[in-house]
Structure formats: C-alpha cells, structure tokens
Design a protein around this ligand. Structure first.
Ligand SMILES: [Fe+2]
Length: 250
C-alpha cells in the first residue's frame, strides 16, 4: 500500500465560511447553520448544520462546521469541546480544525477523510475512534445506527430523549427551499438535482453511496419525534410521520 494511503497527509484547514448564530433548541442541545463550498461540478456554496450537545459542561459536536472567531467564543461560552462525531463519510472537512484547536477526540464512521467524493484519494486526516453500533459513545442515552450497505460509511445518531431524536448526516435532509447560504448556482443546480424538497432522503447520498433502501426503511421501526439534519431545517415534532412518505417510497 503506498505511503500516502496509510498516513494522513496534512493539508491546509478550510477557512470558516458564513454561518448563523448558535441557538438552543432543547435543553442541552444547540444547533447552528453554516455553509460548505463545493468545486464540482460547479463552484457552489450551500448550507450545512452542526449539532452541539452539552453534558456535564463538555461539548460534543456532531457534523462539525468550523465557526468564525465570534462563533467560537459563543461555543466556548457553552462549554469545552471534548468530542466530535462524524456521521457522514462525505463530511468531516472541519474535524481537523476542532482536533487542532481543542484536542478533541474525533469519532468517525469508517470512511477515509478524502477531499470530494473520491474514496481512493489520499486521506488528509485520521480519526481517533471508529464508530460502530457497539461503540460506547461519549453521549448519555445515545445509540449509533450505521447503514452497513452504504458504499461510503454513514450512520444515524439516536438520542433517547424528548420522544426520540435522530441526528442525521446526509441521509435525512430537509431543504424545503434554498436558504441564505445558497449561492445562485447552488440554488439552480440543487433544485434540478432534487435536493430542494422537505423531509427528503439525500439524493446525492443515495446516488453515490447506494444504500440498501431496507436499511433506511428500518428507521421507521424507531420512535422519533425530531430530526436534526446536516442539511436543511430542523424538524421539531412529528418527524417520523413527516418523513414516512419519502422513506416508504424508496
Ligand atoms: Fe452533505
């Protein structure tokens, strides 16, 4: 195996991109919407979200998004960043930033950290811990639900509280409309590609990761009231019923 495949090559960390304010949505659960830049097939920018869990004064970041300095001060006011969870193999570009700044433990699904969607590219980072369904998570009352069939690893985080909460990477999305973080090319392209639809299953993820629909349909065996997606608006209340038509149609 070439050296580049076994040793994560350092690369410049992506800069902080525009984001909103951190908001508390349930006790101990905060959420912030930021953005991501893509270069292919067109230069675009669109939104993505980070969930922040606070327990015993420590913070767990899920689907990390680098914040600017005022944003980091607001984050620091909530507690100390101890852990970062990467739920989607297509995400994680800001995990090295949080490792570097806070010495956080990085927990990732079993996917290499590579730029873009090229699983064969040299990785730029290595996680501290690989997440599986038997991993003892650094979150009380949480369970990991991996999608074993996905070609690029992806998992859902289930929080057993408030009627059940699913924190999603690329699987469950909720862009009813483009938000203020979408560039014009992203507005046009992502609508055409089927991303702009409420209570959606990520079309790009379906296409590239090719998960077995049965694994996604199995989510409906869970009871959950809320979905905190990496893409799109929060779904607070009645989430299972709202997602059921799209999931059942897979
Ligand atoms: Fe994504």
């Amino acid at each position: 195996m070439p050296e580049a495949r076994t040793t994560a090559a350092r690369r410049a960390m992506p800069e902080a991109l525009p984001h909103g304010d951190i908001a508390e949505l349930l006790p101990g659960i905060h959420f912030v919407t930021g953005s991501i830049r893509m270069t292919a097939p067109l230069p675009t920018r669109f939104s993505r979200n980070m969930t922040i869990l606070r327990q015993d004064g420590a913070l767990v970041l899920i689907n990390s998004v680098r914040l600017d300095e005022p944003g980091l001060r607001a984050l620091d006011a909530l507690g100390e960043v101890k852990h970062v969870l990467r739920m989607a193999g297509f995400h994680g570009s800001d995990d090295p930033f949080y490792k570097d700044r806070y010495g956080a433990t990085i927990w990732s699904v079993d996917a290499p950290y590579v730029p873009g969607f090229d699983a064969g590219a040299p990785p730029y980072f290595t996680a501290d811990e690989i997440l599986t369904e038997t991993t003892e998570l650094p979150i009380q009352g949480a369970r990991l639900i991996p999608f074993h069939s996905a070609r690029t690893a992806e998992a859902m985080l289930f929080l057993d509280r408030d009627g059940g909460i699913l924190v999603s990477g690329d699987c469950l999305q909720n862009w009813a409309r483009p938000d203020r973080f979408f560039s014009l090319p992203a507005r046009l392209m992502m609508r055409a590609m089927g991303f702009i639809r409420p209570y959606n299953v990520g079309p790009g993820w379906l296409k590239i990761a090719k998960p077995d629909p049965a694994e996604i349909k199995a989510l409906l065996d869970l009871d959950f009231e809320h979905v905190l997606p990496a893409h799109g608006a929060l779904v607070i209340g009645n989430a299972k019923a709202l997602y059921t038509p799209r999931i059942a149609a897979l």
